[in-house]
Design a protein around this ligand. Structure first.
Ligand code: NAD
Length: 245
């Protein structure tokens, strides 16, 4: 098995020769910021809840049991005190250098933007955008967090406020899909990081990338991606923390 420095060197060689890089990330990018993912051993699937996160975070559940949804969402997803880690900061620098053209993320935590990244395509939405389901008034995450009732209501019309996160059973918005498709078609290096690639259609979109260089980074030594030309089994923050963009 390669040492972490050998992996960094191999990754740097690929980054050096590329000019149009796309980073495709998942929950594993934010675990070192203290936000649990879904599927690794400390992830949300392995914690005790009455229902699986996939059930709670579904459109049907939100409609039927908004208070139960918000109890979980406030506790586990509406995290406003977390900070970016070295992976987020490295990517922001790589974008400033003009090499990284897009971050496609399945995360909803907004940490890439907090680190300074600009072109972030949020396939599953963001906790930082919320709308009243009746009058479509916008609310930030702080408003939802501080709402007096467990289910936040619109102060203008009394409607229920829903986070702009794509729940299971909901469509990813067309704009993110189109921009992601374009970024992948134009890219000459694809870095996939911290995702189990089990959530569709996000994972399917990767098939649009048709060049040869694909880096797959996952801390789970059993996890792999058959199209990858370089597989790295280290924590993303530790890996990128030892690199300079
Ligand atoms: P997942 O939980 O299915 O998979 C995470 C993967 O990351 C696992 O394979 C794990 O081995 C790996 N991983 C964990 N820590 C890592 C690290 N430090 N470095 C590298 N790899 C690491 O997550 P997913 O594929 O993104 O799909 C889950 C869905 O849940 C997504 O839709 C996402 O929106 C949502 N989610 C988001 C957040 C967030 O916004 N931070 C957190 C939990 C879940």
């Amino acid at each position: 098995m390669a040492t972490i420095q050998q992996d960094r060197d191999a990754l740097e060689r690929l980054i050096d020769k590329s000019s149009n890089i796309v980073f495709f990330g998942g929950a594993g990018v934010s675990t070192e910021s203290g936000i649990p993912d879904f599927r690794s051993k400390d992830g949300l699937y392995h914690q005790k809840y009455l229902y699986d996160p996939e059930i709670i975070l579904s459109h049907a559940f939100f409609e039927k049991y908004p208070a139960e949804f918000y109890r979980f969402y406030r506790d586990k997803m509406l995290v406003l005190d977390k900070k970016p880690n070295p992976c987020h900061y490295y990517l922001a620098e790589l974008e400033k250098k003009g090499k990284l053209k897009a971050i496609v993320t399945q995360n909803i935590d907004g940490l890439h933007q907090m680190a300074g990244s600009k072109n972030v395509l949020e396939l599953h939405g963001s906790i930082h955008r919320n709308h009243c389901l009746s009058c479509y008034h916008f609310f930030d995450a702080g408003f939802v967090k501080n709402a007096p009732d467990i289910v936040p209501h619109c102060p203008y019309c009394g409607g229920i406020i829903k986070p702009d996160v794509v729940l299971y059973g909901e469509q990813i918005d067309d704009r993110s899909v189109v921009f992601t498709a374009k970024a992948l078609l134009d890219a000459d290096l694809l870095i996939i990081c911290g995702t189990s690639l089990q959530v569709y259609p996000a994972a399917t979109l990767l098939k649009l990338y048709n060049k040869k260089d694909i880096v797959y980074i996952n801390s789970d030594p059993k996890s792999t991606y058959d199209r990858a030309s370089l597989v790295i089994h280290h924590k993303a923050g530790v890996l990128f923390g030892g690199m300079k963009a």
